[in-house]
Design a protein around this ligand. Structure first.
Ligand code: NDP
Ligand code: 2IT
Length: 448
């Protein structure tokens, strides 16, 4: 609940203006609640209207994406890009292709991205985009035609110093390749305008692994404060896409046993530990369903109920699928089964009620903005390498990613402590991410 009058007014106006955007309002509410203590300490934020400027995107556009399927039928999808805040650098954030994509989802993701990118310490503003297109079940040629049509419009609005998109749900190496190819063809400029590119054409080592690895580096740091890191822990990971897969790999490398993973069709549980190579091949190469894992590995069992995954007793839970996938009842089940730590690989996967429940029960909780910032941080490192026309080694990028995640953890802890909420990384991350954005907005005067 917000008690500060200025923030109450900002929230009410935002809610009035965006009444049909529940995910966006959820993200704004969480940030404003966290920042009350800062707004009360810094009256210039109200004086210069920082908060009401912060919640309104600098630019938001929607466009038609027409494409032709393999049977010759014409389809129309809706594309979006939200250029939310550019005070720290070019707009930076992923593109999501999923049938559920709408203005609310894109704005919540863009808003979160502002603070996440700030936390990385790299010069990147916040943005997000995507389309209500479902790549699932489409042929490569259909996905290619969609991506080319999408980029034909998007290319008019992006640039290596303006706005640098990347992947998110439904946008991986294949989609980035098709979109980047089309961008070069249209612009005649090969400047690395997307990140998450293939290694053969300007991509960075570790970008594929970065979000999952970063999530585990962050969680390991969090666990080390009270336990001995991931070593010997039972871990449950929801999702089995890019973030989940590399969280699986890194958690295992750090000594944990990952016993369950999911997709939108259900979850598999394998008490022997999920086998990374099999899951990677199934999901990355064959684009299969998780149910098939249980046909391939005898010790694994499939349950056709996605949320049932949170009923499995574990020490560490890593929700890595999508927003609001873990609710209060799931949180209660995890806590009663003895969970020690929960860290968000997905964006806003835990509902506000679930987050509150974890915090009340002294569960170590790593919020998305901090815990999954490794992906965009490594995108930032890809941008640096592209600008300098160099390629750093896997080890060098991985070390930088590790340092960035450790630094984010420490800064979130310090900010939480400084403002009187020790151990509350939700507040700490929001405060630490916000300060630099606010300082820059104040320095620029009333611009946007
Ligand atoms: P992928 O498309 O690679 O994988 C998404 C996974 O989540 C799949 O297993 C998918 O199952 C599942 N999923 C997606 N939507 C739903 C849904 N509505 N209900 C149930 N399951 C669902 O995406 P990523 O791994 O890249 O992204 C996962 C999350 O991580 C997202 O929240 C994203 O915003 C966030 N993130 C991603 C980053 C990145 O670098 N890629 C960086 C930071 C955060 P199915 O295949 O059945 O749909
Ligand atoms: O949510 C995210 O941080 C991403 N999807 C990654 C964005 C990026 O620009 O790498």
């Amino acid at each position: 609940m917000i008690t500060n009058q200025y923030l109450q007014k900002v929230y009410q106006e935002t809610a009035k203006r965006n009444s049909a955007q529940p995910e966006y309002l959820q993200a704004v509410m969480e940030v404003l609640e966290s920042l009350e203590c800062v707004v009360e300490r810094r009256p210039e934020l109200e004086q210069w209207g920082v908060m009401q400027r912060l919640v309104e995107p600098e630019r938001f556009f929607q466009f038609r994406v027409s494409w032709v399927d393999d049977a010759g039928h014409v389809h129309v999808n809706r594309g979006y890009r939200c250029q939310f805040n550019s005070v720290l650098g070019p707009y930076k954030g992923g593109l999501r292709f999923h049938p559920s994509v709408n203005a609310s989802i894109i704005k919540f993701l863009g808003f979160e991205q502002i603070f996440k990118n700030s936390l990385t310490g790299l010069p990147m503003g916040g943005g997000k985009g995507g389309a209500d297109f479902d790549p699932k079940g489409k042929s490569d040629a259909e996905v290619m035609r969609f991506c080319q049509s999408f980029m034909t419009e998007l290319s008019k609005h992006i640039g290596e110093d303006t706005d640098v998109p990347a992947g998110d749900i439904g946008v991986g190496a294949r989609e980035i390749g098709y979109m980047y190819g089309q961008y070069i063809r249209l612009s005649n400029r090969n400047t690395g305008v997307l990140t998450g590119k293939g290694l053969s054409y300007g991509g960075s080592f570790v970008r594929t692994e970065a979000t999952g690895y970063g999530l585990c580096y962050f969680t390991d740091e969090m666990l080390r404060a009270v336990h001995n890191g991931f070593e010997g822990k039972r871990v449950v990971i929801s999702g089995s896409g890019n973030v989940a897969l590399y969280a699986l790999q890194k958690a295992q490398q750090l000594g944990a046993k990952v016993i369950a993973m999911s997709d939108s069709g259900g979850f598999v549980c394998d008490e022997e530990g999920i086998r990374f190579e099999i899951m990677q091949d199934l999901k990355e190469n064959r684009r299969g369903r998780i149910e098939e894992y249980a046909h391939m590995v005898r010790s694994a069992r499939f349950t056709p109920n996605t949320n049932g995954i949170w009923q499995i007793p574990c020490d560490v839970a890593l929700p890595c699928a999508t927003q609001n996938e873990l609710g209060l009842e799931d949180a209660k089940a995890l806590v009663s089964n003895g969970v020690i730590a929960v860290a968000e690989g997905a964006n806003m996967p835990c509902t506000p009620e679930a987050v509150e429940y974890f915090l009340e029960n002294q569960i170590l909780f790593g919020p998305a903005k901090a815990a999954n910032a490794g992906g965009v941080a490594t995108s930032g490192l890809e941008m640096s390498q592209n600008n300098m026309r160099v390629n750093w080694s896997f080890e060098k990028v991985d070390q930088k990613l590790h340092d960035i995640m450790t630094d984010i953890y420490q800064r979130a802890c310090q900010a939480a402590e400084e403002y009187g909420y020790p151990g509350n990384l939700v507040r700490g991350s929001n405060i630490a991410g916000f300060q630099k954005v606010a300082d820059s907005m104040l320095a620029y005067g009333i611009t946007y």
